[in-house]
Design a protein around this ligand. Sequence first.
Ligand code: SAM
Length: 411
Amino acid sequence: MAVVSVREQLRQRSDYTYKFNARTGRHGWLRLTPAYSIKIVEELIADYSQTRRIFDPFCGTGTTALIAAYHRHEGITTEINPFLVWLTQAKIAHYSPGEIVAAHHASASALDLVKRQRIHPMPAPLIHNIERWWNPESLHFLQLLFPAISEVTRECSTAHTLLLIAFCRSLIELSNAAFNHQSMSFKNDDQIAINFNTDRAGVFSENVRFVLNSASENPAGQSDVILGDARNPAKVVEGPFDLVITSPPYVNRMSYIRELRPYMYWLGFLLNGRDAGELDWTAIGGTWGIATSRLIGWERPENYFKSHQLARALDKIVHTDNKNGVILANYIAKYFDDIWNHFQCLTPVLASGAEIHYIVGNSAFYGTLISTEQLYAEMLMELGFHNIECRAIRKRNSNKNLLEFDVVAQW
Ligand SMILES: C[S@@+](CC[C@H](N)C(=O)[O-])C[C@H]1O[C@@H](n2cnc3c(N)ncnc32)[C@H](O)[C@@H]1O
């Protein structure tokens, strides 16, 4: 493993001039807490002039697959959350001018139905404390707009999909949700503009314009997204891949389901809180609702990841003066066992000499640093990867010990 000081790595990094500009509005179709940078992917892909098969086992909002396609590579990605699969499919698709025009006309027809009240409102989704999300006027507008979109478009048609993306953007704009670095929260009373007179139809039309504009910029290459579990990629994708560029979940107790719940409830991907917890439990690092209570009785599998460094950290966390020490230690242990499982099942789909990049942050719990990048490197070494390096990319927040790394290795 190459050892370069973190300070030196960060210095070299900031000197780097990016070859490509961040492009395409498709990247920003939905507002989410920033996690993964388009620039990081472009910079990694920039070195490859020949077409590569690029794999991203943890798709998220599809950055790797989208950027791969824009650079004429083939990006294949898997994701466990069906909503993100749907979103990524829409992002990487090619749209004809006729489809864009049809979507534009359909949006006008949908708004006309809403304006003339020619549509029955759908029941409000069962989001906990829905009144904190939307005021009654905005909620009613969304309850009319959603069925109006379905009325004027065929289900699963491109017009339907593109208008639903504009709907998703609008539902957040009309909500009290605020985005900060860590996760989504609610605006406080001072931040909520009094919006009785908000032009809600105007908000939707503006979002339709934005979505259709970006949809008209088609990528040059083809990418694909598949619903599947990164702990068994060979079940759903066919190798060999030349390159893996991915950002797995971090060990930070962030729940992607929690973050995405407004979209997922409105679009019918979630029906109630129990479904949300169940889905979170299937995800690596899932920790919301039922997922948390299941961690209490969770036991490590036989094939667990044996590491002195991890064992020491878990021991410290269990023995901290905090009632949540045991559950937190279980959460961390399960996270690394899942990632270990993932790495073991990854190698069969890699080409000989394939390069992998895992963009991941470290974490701290009750003052104990979890060096995720080093634990990844340990796993890769044990599996026989070569040229393993942990390159520091950027600080995660104001805590100088918390960083993001690119864990690089060759198969
Ligand atoms: C850090 S995010 C990926 C961010 C992504 N690079 C982007 O552009 O948004 C990690 C993703 O891994 C997904 N995930 C978690 N467990 C998974 C699993 N077992 N298989 C596949 N995807 C999983 C989560 O749902 C989440 O979307």
